[in-house]
Design a protein around this ligand. Structure first.
Ligand code: LIP
Length: 288
Protein backbone atom coordinates (compact mmCIF):
# COMPACT_ATOMS: atom_id res chain seq x y z
CA UNK A 1 0.00 0.00 0.00
CA UNK A 2 1.46 3.37 -0.91
CA UNK A 3 2.03 5.90 1.85
CA UNK A 4 -0.45 8.73 2.39
CA UNK A 5 1.24 11.55 0.47
CA UNK A 6 -1.24 14.28 1.40
CA UNK A 7 0.73 16.99 3.20
CA UNK A 8 -0.67 17.75 6.69
CA UNK A 9 -2.85 20.86 6.62
CA UNK A 10 -0.52 22.62 9.05
CA UNK A 11 2.64 21.91 7.02
CA UNK A 12 4.35 25.26 6.41
CA UNK A 13 5.75 24.62 2.93
CA UNK A 14 7.02 28.20 2.61
CA UNK A 15 9.12 27.79 5.76
CA UNK A 16 10.41 24.45 4.45
CA UNK A 17 11.29 26.12 1.14
CA UNK A 18 13.20 28.88 2.91
CA UNK A 19 15.13 26.27 4.91
CA UNK A 20 15.92 24.34 1.70
CA UNK A 21 17.27 27.56 0.18
CA UNK A 22 19.32 28.49 3.25
CA UNK A 23 20.92 25.02 3.39
CA UNK A 24 21.58 24.78 -0.35
CA UNK A 25 23.17 28.22 -0.38
CA UNK A 26 25.36 27.48 2.66
CA UNK A 27 26.50 24.13 1.29
CA UNK A 28 27.08 25.73 -2.12
CA UNK A 29 29.35 28.32 -0.58
CA UNK A 30 31.24 25.59 1.26
CA UNK A 31 31.98 23.52 -1.85
CA UNK A 32 33.29 26.59 -3.72
CA UNK A 33 35.16 28.39 -0.92
CA UNK A 34 36.37 25.21 0.75
CA UNK A 35 37.49 23.38 -2.38
CA UNK A 36 41.06 22.12 -1.70
CA UNK A 37 43.69 22.93 -4.35
CA UNK A 38 44.56 19.24 -4.48
CA UNK A 39 40.97 18.02 -4.84
CA UNK A 40 40.95 14.41 -5.96
CA UNK A 41 38.81 11.31 -5.90
CA UNK A 42 38.27 10.17 -2.32
CA UNK A 43 36.38 7.00 -3.33
CA UNK A 44 34.17 5.50 -6.03
CA UNK A 45 30.70 3.89 -5.83
CA UNK A 46 28.88 2.06 -8.66
CA UNK A 47 31.83 2.19 -11.06
CA UNK A 48 35.33 3.66 -11.43
CA UNK A 49 33.78 6.85 -12.87
CA UNK A 50 31.14 7.25 -10.10
CA UNK A 51 33.38 9.40 -7.95
CA UNK A 52 33.09 10.95 -4.48
CA UNK A 53 35.25 13.82 -3.27
CA UNK A 54 35.85 14.95 0.30
CA UNK A 55 33.64 17.92 -0.48
CA UNK A 56 30.63 15.72 -1.29
CA UNK A 57 30.79 14.32 2.24
CA UNK A 58 31.59 17.69 3.87
CA UNK A 59 28.67 19.31 2.08
CA UNK A 60 26.29 16.57 3.19
CA UNK A 61 27.63 16.64 6.76
CA UNK A 62 26.96 20.39 6.96
CA UNK A 63 23.37 20.06 5.73
CA UNK A 64 22.74 17.14 8.05
CA UNK A 65 24.08 19.00 11.09
CA UNK A 66 21.86 22.01 10.36
CA UNK A 67 18.80 19.76 9.93
CA UNK A 68 19.52 17.81 13.10
CA UNK A 69 19.21 21.12 14.95
CA UNK A 70 16.33 22.63 12.99
CA UNK A 71 14.23 19.55 12.21
CA UNK A 72 15.27 16.74 14.62
CA UNK A 73 12.13 14.59 14.07
CA UNK A 74 12.53 14.41 10.27
CA UNK A 75 14.27 11.66 8.33
CA UNK A 76 17.40 12.30 6.27
CA UNK A 77 18.28 10.67 2.94
CA UNK A 78 21.46 11.87 1.23
CA UNK A 79 23.59 10.61 -1.63
CA UNK A 80 26.57 9.98 0.59
CA UNK A 81 26.90 7.87 3.74
CA UNK A 82 24.71 8.65 6.69
CA UNK A 83 20.97 8.42 6.29
CA UNK A 84 18.64 8.56 9.29
CA UNK A 85 15.02 7.56 9.93
CA UNK A 86 12.51 9.97 11.47
CA UNK A 87 9.02 10.03 12.95
CA UNK A 88 7.50 13.16 11.43
CA UNK A 89 6.63 11.68 8.01
CA UNK A 90 8.90 14.24 6.37
CA UNK A 91 12.26 13.32 4.80
CA UNK A 92 15.07 15.65 3.73
CA UNK A 93 16.52 14.43 0.43
CA UNK A 94 19.93 15.91 -0.32
CA UNK A 95 22.42 15.73 -3.18
CA UNK A 96 25.43 17.50 -1.66
CA UNK A 97 27.07 17.95 -5.05
CA UNK A 98 24.98 17.05 -8.10
CA UNK A 99 27.38 16.96 -11.02
CA UNK A 100 30.33 15.67 -9.03
CA UNK A 101 32.37 14.91 -12.17
CA UNK A 102 31.89 18.51 -13.33
CA UNK A 103 32.97 19.68 -9.87
CA UNK A 104 36.07 17.45 -9.98
CA UNK A 105 37.02 18.78 -13.43
CA UNK A 106 36.20 22.39 -12.61
CA UNK A 107 33.33 22.61 -15.12
CA UNK A 108 30.90 25.26 -13.72
CA UNK A 109 27.74 23.12 -13.95
CA UNK A 110 27.13 21.53 -10.57
CA UNK A 111 24.64 22.17 -7.80
CA UNK A 112 23.50 21.46 -4.28
CA UNK A 113 19.98 20.05 -4.22
CA UNK A 114 17.92 20.07 -1.01
CA UNK A 115 14.29 18.94 -0.82
CA UNK A 116 11.69 18.19 1.84
CA UNK A 117 9.48 15.27 0.80
CA UNK A 118 6.41 13.53 2.22
CA UNK A 119 7.17 9.82 2.59
CA UNK A 120 10.58 8.22 2.76
CA UNK A 121 12.42 7.29 -0.45
CA UNK A 122 14.80 5.15 1.58
CA UNK A 123 12.09 2.75 2.75
CA UNK A 124 9.13 2.86 0.38
CA UNK A 125 8.39 3.64 -3.25
CA UNK A 126 5.90 6.42 -2.58
CA UNK A 127 7.21 9.92 -1.89
CA UNK A 128 6.52 13.43 -3.20
CA UNK A 129 8.42 16.74 -2.76
CA UNK A 130 6.71 19.63 -0.94
CA UNK A 131 9.63 22.10 -0.95
CA UNK A 132 12.99 22.30 -2.65
CA UNK A 133 16.01 24.36 -3.66
CA UNK A 134 18.74 23.88 -6.25
CA UNK A 135 21.75 26.19 -6.12
CA UNK A 136 24.57 26.46 -8.66
CA UNK A 137 27.20 28.13 -6.46
CA UNK A 138 29.36 29.16 -9.43
CA UNK A 139 26.69 30.95 -11.46
CA UNK A 140 24.77 32.16 -8.41
CA UNK A 141 21.55 30.61 -9.75
CA UNK A 142 19.12 29.71 -6.95
CA UNK A 143 15.94 27.84 -7.93
CA UNK A 144 13.31 27.37 -5.23
CA UNK A 145 9.79 25.92 -5.12
CA UNK A 146 7.10 25.06 -2.57
CA UNK A 147 3.96 22.99 -3.21
CA UNK A 148 1.24 25.26 -4.54
CA UNK A 149 3.46 28.34 -4.25
CA UNK A 150 5.15 28.43 -7.67
CA UNK A 151 8.85 28.31 -8.56
CA UNK A 152 11.36 31.15 -8.81
CA UNK A 153 14.92 31.76 -9.96
CA UNK A 154 17.22 34.31 -8.37
CA UNK A 155 20.67 34.95 -9.87
CA UNK A 156 23.09 36.44 -7.38
CA UNK A 157 21.39 39.34 -5.59
CA UNK A 158 19.03 39.96 -8.48
CA UNK A 159 15.23 39.86 -8.41
CA UNK A 160 13.37 36.57 -8.00
CA UNK A 161 11.82 35.64 -11.36
CA UNK A 162 8.68 33.48 -11.45
CA UNK A 163 9.32 30.49 -13.69
CA UNK A 164 7.14 29.09 -16.45
CA UNK A 165 8.07 26.16 -18.71
CA UNK A 166 8.55 26.77 -22.46
CA UNK A 167 6.29 25.00 -24.98
CA UNK A 168 8.04 24.71 -28.40
CA UNK A 169 5.95 24.48 -31.58
CA UNK A 170 6.86 20.87 -32.29
CA UNK A 171 9.11 18.00 -31.23
CA UNK A 172 11.45 19.04 -34.04
CA UNK A 173 11.84 22.43 -32.31
CA UNK A 174 12.50 20.87 -28.89
CA UNK A 175 15.89 21.30 -27.21
CA UNK A 176 16.31 18.20 -25.05
CA UNK A 177 18.65 17.75 -22.07
CA UNK A 178 19.67 14.27 -21.03
CA UNK A 179 22.38 12.44 -19.14
CA UNK A 180 24.29 9.17 -19.06
CA UNK A 181 24.99 6.74 -16.26
CA UNK A 182 28.20 5.56 -14.68
CA UNK A 183 27.88 1.98 -15.85
CA UNK A 184 29.07 1.29 -19.44
CA UNK A 185 26.22 -1.05 -20.33
CA UNK A 186 23.67 1.57 -19.21
CA UNK A 187 25.49 4.22 -21.26
CA UNK A 188 25.37 2.02 -24.36
CA UNK A 189 21.61 1.64 -23.96
CA UNK A 190 21.20 5.40 -23.37
CA UNK A 191 23.25 6.12 -26.50
CA UNK A 192 21.10 3.74 -28.56
CA UNK A 193 17.91 5.47 -27.36
CA UNK A 194 19.45 8.86 -28.12
CA UNK A 195 20.42 7.70 -31.62
CA UNK A 196 16.75 6.86 -32.22
CA UNK A 197 15.45 10.20 -30.90
CA UNK A 198 18.12 12.69 -32.00
CA UNK A 199 16.87 13.08 -35.59
CA UNK A 200 13.39 14.05 -34.37
CA UNK A 201 14.32 16.87 -31.96
CA UNK A 202 16.10 20.24 -32.34
CA UNK A 203 19.25 19.12 -30.51
CA UNK A 204 20.39 17.74 -27.15
CA UNK A 205 22.37 19.20 -24.29
CA UNK A 206 24.27 17.15 -21.73
CA UNK A 207 25.01 19.44 -18.79
CA UNK A 208 26.04 16.80 -16.22
CA UNK A 209 23.75 17.73 -13.32
CA UNK A 210 20.21 16.34 -13.39
CA UNK A 211 19.04 18.81 -10.74
CA UNK A 212 20.18 21.69 -12.97
CA UNK A 213 18.75 19.98 -16.08
CA UNK A 214 15.33 19.88 -14.41
CA UNK A 215 15.60 23.52 -13.35
CA UNK A 216 16.51 24.48 -16.91
CA UNK A 217 13.25 22.93 -18.07
CA UNK A 218 11.48 25.16 -15.54
CA UNK A 219 13.29 28.33 -16.67
CA UNK A 220 12.94 27.54 -20.37
CA UNK A 221 16.65 27.31 -21.20
CA UNK A 222 15.94 23.78 -22.37
CA UNK A 223 12.53 22.48 -23.46
CA UNK A 224 12.64 18.95 -22.01
CA UNK A 225 14.77 16.58 -19.96
CA UNK A 226 14.83 12.79 -19.74
CA UNK A 227 17.21 10.37 -18.11
CA UNK A 228 17.24 6.81 -16.84
CA UNK A 229 19.20 6.03 -13.70
CA UNK A 230 18.51 9.00 -11.45
CA UNK A 231 18.21 8.61 -7.69
CA UNK A 232 15.84 10.47 -5.39
CA UNK A 233 18.56 12.93 -4.42
CA UNK A 234 19.18 13.94 -8.07
CA UNK A 235 15.47 14.38 -8.67
CA UNK A 236 13.60 15.55 -5.59
CA UNK A 237 14.00 19.34 -5.67
CA UNK A 238 14.09 19.75 -9.46
CA UNK A 239 10.89 17.72 -9.79
CA UNK A 240 8.97 20.30 -7.76
CA UNK A 241 10.62 23.27 -9.50
CA UNK A 242 9.35 21.92 -12.84
CA UNK A 243 5.79 21.12 -11.71
CA UNK A 244 5.46 24.46 -9.91
CA UNK A 245 6.52 26.11 -13.20
CA UNK A 246 3.67 24.38 -15.03
CA UNK A 247 5.56 21.35 -16.31
CA UNK A 248 4.86 17.63 -16.13
CA UNK A 249 7.33 15.25 -14.49
CA UNK A 250 6.78 11.49 -14.54
CA UNK A 251 8.38 8.20 -15.56
CA UNK A 252 7.16 8.56 -19.14
CA UNK A 253 4.07 6.43 -18.50
CA UNK A 254 2.13 8.70 -16.12
CA UNK A 255 3.55 7.27 -12.88
CA UNK A 256 5.82 9.15 -10.53
CA UNK A 257 9.38 9.68 -11.82
CA UNK A 258 11.83 7.03 -10.66
CA UNK A 259 15.19 5.51 -11.52
CA UNK A 260 13.71 3.72 -14.56
CA UNK A 261 12.93 7.05 -16.23
CA UNK A 262 12.47 10.73 -15.47
CA UNK A 263 10.76 12.81 -18.19
CA UNK A 264 10.12 16.52 -17.65
CA UNK A 265 8.61 19.10 -20.03
CA UNK A 266 5.61 21.35 -20.68
CA UNK A 267 2.45 19.25 -21.20
CA UNK A 268 2.32 19.00 -25.03
CA UNK A 269 6.07 18.54 -25.32
CA UNK A 270 5.99 15.93 -22.57
CA UNK A 271 3.37 13.92 -24.45
CA UNK A 272 5.24 14.13 -27.78
CA UNK A 273 8.67 13.26 -26.36
CA UNK A 274 7.18 10.55 -24.15
CA UNK A 275 5.64 8.85 -27.20
CA UNK A 276 8.93 9.12 -29.10
CA UNK A 277 10.90 7.64 -26.20
CA UNK A 278 8.46 4.73 -25.90
CA UNK A 279 8.81 3.98 -29.62
CA UNK A 280 12.60 4.19 -29.32
CA UNK A 281 12.54 1.74 -26.39
CA UNK A 282 10.32 -0.59 -28.45
CA UNK A 283 13.08 -0.67 -31.10
CA UNK A 284 16.16 -0.72 -28.84
CA UNK A 285 14.76 -2.92 -26.08
CA UNK A 286 13.99 -2.20 -22.42
CA UNK A 287 17.62 -2.21 -21.26
CA UNK A 288 18.39 -2.60 -17.56
C1 LIP B 1 24.83 12.92 -11.86
C2 LIP B 1 23.52 13.38 -12.48
C3 LIP B 1 23.64 13.40 -14.00
C4 LIP B 1 23.91 12.00 -14.48
C5 LIP B 1 25.22 11.54 -13.89
C6 LIP B 1 25.18 11.55 -12.36
P1 LIP B 1 25.98 12.95 -9.47
O1 LIP B 1 24.69 12.93 -10.46
O2 LIP B 1 23.17 14.64 -11.99
O3 LIP B 1 22.46 13.87 -14.62
O4 LIP B 1 23.93 11.97 -15.87
O5 LIP B 1 25.47 10.23 -14.34
O6 LIP B 1 24.23 10.64 -11.89
O7 LIP B 1 26.50 11.55 -9.48
O8 LIP B 1 26.97 13.91 -9.99
O9 LIP B 1 25.40 13.35 -8.13
Amino acid sequence: MSANLTPPADLDVRALRDLCEQLAREAGALIVDGRPDDLGVASTKSSATDVVTVMDQRSQDLVRERLAAARPRDAFYGEEEGGASGESGLTWVVDPIDGTVNYLYGLPAYSVSVAAVIGDPATDGAWRPVAGAVVNPVSGECYVAALGEGATLQVGDGPRRTLRVAEPESLGQTLVATGFGYEAGRRRWQAAILAEVLGDVRDIRRLGSAALDLCRVADGTVDAFYERGLNAWDLAAGWLVVTEAGGVVDDGTGADPRTAMVLAAAPRTHAALGARLRSAIAVVGEGD
